[in-house]
Write a protein that binds this ligand. Structure first.
Ligand code: PLP
Length: 435
């Protein structure tokens, strides 16, 4: 019998009257998976959601990344209550901000100086401003399919390869801005070099998700990040890592300190953008980098960046508490153990039902792609079976398994998931793949 979601359907109709598209972020809409009402959730605890019709779901969405300790983790909840009791917003500096800045710097040593903002979008936007101020150049090179938030420059994903200047992927972005962005394929160092040879003198920075989370989970090929850093600097441009998803996702640190890259000096960026996990489920972003570059930022330097809500005690307290939970021994190993079990179970089920499937797993996060080829760049991720993904998504939802309604998004394990959740999910995936 189909799950009853009558109240969700009703609320969606109501939401459509008042909220554009019924959702406050387009990624929450079910447009890419056949349309209809998204599920309206009422509460969440640990690894579970309960919707407004009383159905329970195992959550692998993790709010698109931040909820790595599960929902309403007691340590984080306590920190938020303490912050709320003491007043949520001061407009003055606090000691808490220093504590979280210290924790970030210890985990990500390339960040000599940090500034807190309110979202990943703001963090990325600010790194671009600083890079432009420091280099006195204007162009940015980015990689197709990497998502860096919704600010003008980084929504541009140029059509065909390195020799094409940007065309905006959103209405409302002037062509003059689009012309400041060059897009090249991820994992293609020759394309990056070609772009730098043509536009290097005008390029302020190369922006990259060093481990990609936005066209599935995709590792850089061996040597790619090292070569990216080297060639970018040969042209006097800065390297910006967007670690909004990747920081504290795979280990207590970020890509630049991850064991897959033993020569850390070779993969160190000039600037880093952070968000998601470092706010423990409350709104946050942060950016930072080498002292001499960060000193471009006001009040020390000429690059202006500010925020009424920036560094608010509630977000900062939740972030500190979240990192405290993540610093316990064995946390990442356990998420990885469960993710391996899931990936193995899905692979077996897919083989049993003759469904071609590629799983890209990096520790406790993975993406499922319906294809029989590897996924190393955006183009390959596009060439997968969207219909099959939509069927899989809907099959899982009927079984009480919640994932993102997009073939490009990842599954995230949290510290709250258990072996029993994994067993139930594998059984559900088996039925969903059977069709
Ligand atoms: N950068 C990356 C890699 C992201 O995945 C996202 C959001 O998904 C952002 C930036 C934007 O962050 P926010 O949604 O907090 O503005």
């Amino acid at each position: 019998m189909a799950m009853n979601r009558a109240r969700s359907a009703q609320l969606y109709e109501e939401a459509l009257q008042h909220i554009v598209g019924g959702v406050n972020s387009p990624s929450r809409s079910f447009k890419a998976v056949g349309g209809g009402a998204p599920v309206f959730m009422e509460r969440a605890n640990g690894a579970y959601f309960w919707d407004v019709d009383g159905n329970r779901y195992i959550d692998y969405l993790a709010a698109y990344g931040p909820i790595i300790t599960g929902h309403a983790h007691p340590h984080i909840t306590e920190a938020i209550i303490r912050a709320a009791t003491n007043g949520t917003l001061y407009g003055t500096p606090t000691e808490l901000e220093i504590k979280l800045a210290r924790m970030l710097k210890e985990a990500i040593p390339s960040m000599d100086k940090v500034r807190f903002v309110n979202s990943g979008t703001e963090a990325v936007m600010s790194t671009i401003r600083v890079a432009r101020a420091y280099t006195k150049r204007s162009k940015i090179i980015k990689f197709a399919g990497c998502y860096h938030g919704h600010s003008d420059l980084v929504l541009v994903a140029a059509g065909s390869g390195p020799s094409t200047l940007g065309i905006p992927d959103s209405a409302g972005i002037p062509t003059s801005i689009a012309h400041e962005v060059i897009t090249v394929p991820f994992n293609d160092i020759d394309a990056l070099r070609a772009a730098l040879e043509r536009w290097g003198d005008d390029t302020a920075a190369v922006m990259v998700e060093p481990i990609v989370g936005n066209f599935g989970m995709v590792m850089p090929k061996p040597g790619f990040l090292e070569a990216l850093c080297k060639v970018t600097r040969e042209f006097g441009a800065l390297v910006i890592y967007d670690e909004v998803i990747s920081a504290f996702r795979f280990h207590y640190g970020s890509t630049q300190t991850y064991h897959a890259f033993p020569d850390q000096a070779a993969v160190e960026p000039d600037l880093t953008a952070l968000g998601k996990i470092i706010g423990g489920g409350l709104p946050i972003g942060a950016y930072g980098g080498r002292k001499i570059i960060m000193e471009q930022v006001a009040p020390l330097g000429p690059a202006y960046q500010a925020g009424t809500m920036a560094g608010n005690p509630a977000s900062i307290s939740a972030g500190i508490a979240c990192l405290e939970v993540l610093s316990a021994p064995g946390v990442y190993e356990e998420m990885e153990r469960l993710a391996i079990r899931l990936a193995d179970g899905f692979n077996e089920a897919a083989a049993r039902h003759g469904v071609p499937m590629t799983i890209n797993r990096i520790r406790g996060a993975f993406s499922t792609h319906f294809c029989d080829h590897p996924i190393t760049n955006y183009e390959e991720a596009q060439q997968t079976d969207s219909e099959q993904f939509a069927r899989f998504f809907r099959g899982l939802l009927e079984e009480g398994i919640c994932i993102a309604p997009s073939k490009y998004e990842a599954w995230f394990l949290t510290t709250a998931h258990t072996d029993a959740d994994v067993d139930a999910t594998i059984a559900a995936a088996d039925r969903a793949l059977k069709g």
